[in-house]
Design a protein around this ligand. Structure first.
Ligand SMILES: Nc1ncnc2c1ncn2[C@@H]1O[C@H](COP(=O)(O)OP(=O)(O)OP(=O)(O)O)[C@@H](O)[C@H]1O
Length: 389
């Protein structure tokens, strides 16, 4: 694989605030966070002693931000990049009930409240329709529950899947279920089917709290004829990641199985924080990606070749002061992570997408047992890889 020198760019860190809930108001909580959307400053007020901490980011959304605005200004470019042959990642991080799933999934019924995933599904096929090229779109949906990676779709949902590294350094999930899709509706159907299988429980903070880290992968390949009249393939993988909440168990009041889940999530999020710290510290010589399944899967997204947006969600209530401070400190560090987005553009020996099918063309080659979540070059059809500006 020939690799041109890629320029590095920081990952984009976006703060999204959620206002006081009825419950906050009833419990006499006050707003501890104020936002200046023009200067992109978040101010965290310690109401007990009148002190205020200030943090500045590239993009900050107050509670009145619309789902469309959030998608258009942050995720649309990532989706466009994936259609063009880059890997792209959107990560939704935050404490319990801070709005992570609202940002990723949103409402299924109300068009205006639809989140990033349904909007991405729609726009992918709108863009494909505008092109002359042939496309192949595939989806996978896995989650990490109590440290184990499992399919959220397909038959074997209880099987623990192995994550491994190939000889050329790619991270793969063995036996990941992959579905080929022809339109936005089928893609969204895969997502919804997976969501129905996800683990959601009621906690003191949220009646529908996510108990596992969820990864929806959309792989897009397109075929085109290059300037040398030979066929080429572009391949990009979109990772849409809804993390389980960083949770103070004394606040959420969980016990038994819920407590085990929370401890497992907290430990993987702690490794997430360590990876962010290691990537942004001049002193560190080792990045502990392998210390959790979560960071192993996210290796390409944090300090790798993906274009990445990290949403940090915060509750404005004074009740959440400690969690907000923790999340903002993580966000400030994450701003310093640099990725090197790399185009996957491979010459192939034969055209592999049939011209008799419309819009999205299906690949006739046999599917492999293992599908890759972050592959840059499939040896199945690659004769050489190169990069284009
Ligand atoms: N920006 C927002 N505007 C309006 N409602 C919101 C917003 N963010 C979150 N909500 C509402 O707050 C509630 C909790 O949000 P959500 O389930 O997305 O939180 P979460 O961070 O995913 O929670 P958990 O970590 O417990 O799974 C939901 O009812 C959701 O609709």
């Amino acid at each position: 694989m020939l690799k041109a020198k890629q320029s590095s760019e920081p990952i984009k860190v976006v703060i999204r605030c959620k206002g006081l809930t009825q419950r906050d108001i009833e419990s006499k909580a006050r707003e501890a966070v104020t936002v200046d959307q023009f200067s992109c400053e978040v101010r965290l007020h310690d109401l007990a002693n009148g002190k205020c901490k200030k943090f500045t980011f590239e993009q900050v959304y107050d509670e009145d931000s619309s789902q469309k605005q959030v998608f258009d200004e942050n995720a649309a470019d990532i989706v466009q990049g994936v259609l063009g042959g880059y890997n792209g990642t959107v990560i939704s991080y935050g404490a319990c009930s801070s709005g992570k799933s609202f940002t990723m999934s949103g409402s299924q019924e109300d068009e205006e409240l639809k989140g990033i995933v349904p909007r991405a599904c729609k726009i992918i096929f709108e863009k494909i329709e505008e092109q002359e090229k042939k496309y192949l779109v595939k989806a996978s949906f896995v989650h990490i529950y109590q440290g184990e990676t499992r399919n959220l779709i397909g038959k074997n949902k209880n099987k623990s899947l192995k994550i491994f590294e190939t000889s050329d350094g790619q991270i793969q999930v063995k036996d990941i279920k992959t579905v080929r899709v022809r339109d936005a509706e089928s893609l969204l159907k895969v997502y919804r089917a997976g969501l129905r299988n996800s683990y959601i429980s009621s906690t003191r903070m949220n009646a529908f709290s996510t108990r596992s880290h969820m990864f929806f992968f959309i792989t897009i390949e397109s075929e085109e004829i290059g300037e040398d009249d030979k066929p080429y393939i572009r391949k990009g993988v979109l990772k849409l990641v809804d993390l389980a909440p960083a949770e103070r168990t004394r606040k959420t009041g969980c016990t038994g199985e819920r407590l085990k889940e929370a401890n497992s999530v907290n430990s993987s999020l702690s490794v997430f924080g360590q990876v962010v710290s290691a990537l942004t510290s001049k002193k560190s010589t080792y990045i502990p990606y392998r210390s959790s399944a979560l960071t192993t899967i996210l290796r390409d997204s944090l300090g790798g070749t993906s274009k990445t947006v990290l949403f940090i969600h915060i509750n404005k209530s004074s009740y959440n002061y400690d969690e907000v401070l923790f999340a903002l400190k993580l966000a400030i560090r994450a701003k310093l992570i640099k990725n090197k987005p790399t185009l996957s553009f491979c010459a192939i020996q034969n055209r592999f997408l049939s011209s008799s099918q419309s819009s999205v063309k299906m690949n006739s080659r046999r599917s492999r047992g293992t599908e890759d979540a972050s592959i840059r070059c499939s040896k199945l059809y690659c004769t050489k890889c190169t990069s284009r500006p």
